[in-house]
Ligand binder design. Structure first.
Ligand code: ZN
Length: 313
């Protein structure tokens, strides 16, 4: 029995280098202000057993309170962009290189990236991971969700679908996690979301410190939502949208969407139903920054699986 339990225990490398990013999108204010606070005084996020680096992702966009200057920074972390040396690259490609260099100078690539974002959608506390093999990330999320005093519905979104992966800043680390807190309008700072974000970050540091000092984390069942499909707004031949998110879908992120359920409402008041064959879980419904990406919401499927216990190597 004991042997079986030991077999299920994963031993993982100690955490040496944690990166905390805010303002990768300059108008997502919880991350901007939490990063600013900890850049000024890192006491609350400093621990003995690892180094934490706090960076403002896109300072020029933060100054202008806009998502980006030239292009979306959170799509620019491709190997080609990071390895190229051309000086005529867009501001965000240059920032991606600077961020990557700053984070890799001490230890090679960071072990963990916590990338703080906000969404205008009713996403609660959403944790975005690249794949389900991020065992340390899953334990971290489990810990910080349970420990939070400032509660909100919490879900894990997995973007391993090769059709929809993108070169984001969290991809700089094997344990990259996007913290997507909502709903919050762009350019607006809500105290409740600031407190939620700050608490998740501080508790993350406690988790890594305990992990490094030898604390084991028990196995548990995780629910993960896998991205399956992108849904755009209905459009006319000129590319203009011809319908809005249906009022009955608005704010229903993470809730089951069944075939036939209303998803859009035309400007003439006609309801358009979901024409898929199976139940899905929509997320990022009506996210403001996705209009330019031709994206009304994502469809996800829920998966439950067992995460093994972990301890440090
Ligand atoms: Zn963002």
């Amino acid at each position: 029995m004991l042997k079986k339990l030991l077999d299920q225990m994963a031993t993982l490398k100690r955490v040496q280098n944690v990166a905390l990013l805010g303002g990768v999108h300059g108008n997502e204010m919880s991350g901007v202000f939490v990063a600013q606070k900890f850049m000024k005084d890192p006491t609350d996020i400093t621990r003995n057993s690892f180094k934490t680096t706090v960076l403002m992702g896109n300072p020029k966009a933060v100054e202008k309170c806009t998502r980006y200057i030239d292009v979306d920074l959170n799509r620019q972390f491709s190997k080609e962009n990071l390895n190229a040396t051309n000086i005529d690259a867009s501001y965000e490609v240059q920032r991606a290189r600077e961020i990557s260099n700053a984070l890799s100078k001490d230890f090679g690539s960071p072990d963990v990236v916590l990338d703080m974002h906000n969404t205008t959608a009713n996403m609660g506390n959403c944790f975005i991971i690249q794949d389900k093999q991020q065992v340390l990330s899953l334990h971290l999320i489990n810990y910080i969700v349970k420990k939070a005093i400032h509660k909100a519905p919490a879900h894990i979104l997995c973007v391993s679908n090769p059709k929809y992966t993108y070169n984001c800043s969290r991809c700089l680390a094997p344990n990259g996690i996007g913290l997507e807190l909502g709903p919050q309008p762009q350019g607006v700072l809500l105290a409740e979301l600031f407190q939620r974000m700050q608490e998740l970050v501080i508790n993350s540091m406690d988790f890594f410190e305990a992990f490094n000092s030898g604390a084991t984390s028990d196995s548990f069942q995780a629910d993960v939502y896998n991205i399956m499909e992108k849904v755009d707004f209905p459009r006319d031949s000129d590319g203009n949208i011809t319908a809005m998110i249906h009022p009955r879908l608005q704010d229903k992120d993470w809730e089951a969407l069944n075939p036939g359920d209303p998803i859009f409402l035309t400007f003439n008041g006609k309801t358009i139903g979901y024409d898929g064959k199976e139940t899905m879980f929509p997320v990022f419904i009506n996210e403001a920054s996705y209009y330019e990406k031709h994206l009304a919401f994502w469809l996800t499927k829920k998966e439950t699986f067992n995460v093994p216990a972990i301890k440090v190597q």
